[in-house]
Ligand binder design. Structure first.
Ligand SMILES: Nc1ncnc2c1ncn2[C@@H]1O[C@H](COP(=O)(O)OP(=O)(O)OP(=O)(O)O)[C@@H](O)[C@H]1O
Ligand SMILES: [Mg+2]
Length: 349
């Protein structure tokens, strides 16, 4: 394993997963990928709510995957994280950092001393001789970040930094080449959390964290059919095959179609909001990833609703493959799931 390495740790709702990347003369290499399924309810809406079982799963992940060390970059995405566009009077970077709490105290739903925050400049605007910095403000309540950090620490890991999951998505997918694509939306669909990021040539313009995902569809199937969540998950994953065999609009399909339609409306609403507040900037395509993006037909529905091309994002496209121990079939399985941990690790390299 040559060069520097970094590990991204993604504590999701259904699975905890981690990726180790190395950076050397040959470029970036995927050294390790591992994941362990979490018990139901241990992570709620992006936050660790039952630390002990999650810490056990993280320990298991480390002993099974053979990461070379225990220093990690941790992702955070939950409803207590605020990301919004903000214009500030122009100032030097360190002055900006120091002055940020005063600048934003009226914008936050919590006292600034209970928040961690950062500002990501996007562009400089000069109007009537006044210089303004337009960027994204990211602020999170300390508790919301701490529960995940404490959990990782109790599993014996050292958290070297915490990063917004949406920015990890941007790092992992934002460089996927596309002819003449300048502005695109990246959407990582999890079990309960969906990250939406609009960027122009790698610069984030809009971020939204939606508390919805594949689990909402499973819940709807369970309710419609009276089956357990495990049965409903299997029914959901096979529903298009069943539809092809029976040709009737059965209850599983009804539940899937209704929930997907709400989901697609929500995404379209976010993109409409972006379009309305950024006239002159056109989103040209959508890249999707995450386990929730595997639902049969979802990409087509999204494409119909947004009238945009929707294609699978590939976080592994620019990585060389190290000795991960994964065969081709396993890599195909991992591909849509690796976006967040790859992006977190990239941030540290
Ligand atoms: N073949 C499939 N068809 C439909 N849905 C699938 C398929 N495979 C996985 N999923 C869905 O993907 C979701 C899990 O995705 P993922 O592993 O990205 O979520 P997570 O990271 O654990 O959760 P979150 O990011 O929301 O906290 C589940 O809801 C699962 O039902
Ligand atoms: Mg996830």
């Amino acid at each position: 394993m040559a060069g520097r390495t970094a590990i991204g740790l993604d504590i999701g709702t259904s699975v905890v997963r981690a990726v180790e990347l190395s950076y050397g003369r040959g470029g970036l290499t995927l050294e390790r990928f591992g994941q362990v399924v979490l018990p139901d309810g241990a992570v709620t809406d992006g936050e660790v709510t039952d630390s002990e079982p999650v810490a056990q799963c993280i320990k298991q992940l480390w002993s099974a995957t053979g990461f070379s060390h225990k220093r990690v970059v941790l992702g955070v995405a939950n409803q207590r994280v605020i990301v919004r566009q903000l214009d500030l009077p122009w100032m030097e970077q360190d002055e900006l950092r120091a002055g940020l709490p005063f600048q934003v105290q009226d914008l936050l739903p919590m006292p600034t001393e209970q928040a961690v925050m950062d500002f990501y400049p996007m562009e400089e605007i000069t109007q009537d001789g006044r210089r303004t910095l337009r960027g994204l403000l990211v602020a999170a309540s300390k508790d919301a970040v701490l529960s995940n950090v404490t959990c990782a620490a109790s599993a014996g890991l050292k958290v070297t930094s915490v990063d917004l999951t949406s920015f990890a998505v941007l790092r992992a997918l934002g460089k996927q080449s596309g002819l003449d694509i300048e502005t695109e939306a990246l959407i990582d669909i999890g079990a309960r959390v969906t990250n939406v990021v609009v960027h122009s040539s790698g610069v984030p313009r809009f971020v939204r964290i939606l508390l919805m995902g594949g689990q909402d569809i499973t819940d709807a199937v369970a309710q419609e059919t009276g089956s357990t969540l495990m049965e409903a998950e299997a029914l959901k994953q096979q529903y298009s095959v069943r539809r092809a065999g029976r040709g009737e609009f059965d209850s599983v399909q009804r539940a899937v179609v209704t929930t997907v339609s709400d989901f697609v409306d929500e995404i379209r609403g976010s993109l409409d909001y972006f379009a309305a507040s950024n006239p002159g900037i056109r989103v040209q395509r959508i890249l999707v990833s995450g386990g929730g993006s595997r639902l049969e037909g979802l990409l087509d529905r999204l494409s119909d609703a947004t009238r945009m091309p929707v294609v699978p994002g590939d976080p592994l496209v620019s990585l060389r493959m190290g000795r991960t121990g994964l065969d081709q079939q396993q890599l195909e399985f991992v591909r849509p799931l690796a976006t967040v941990p790859v992006g977190l690790a990239l941030g540290a390299l």
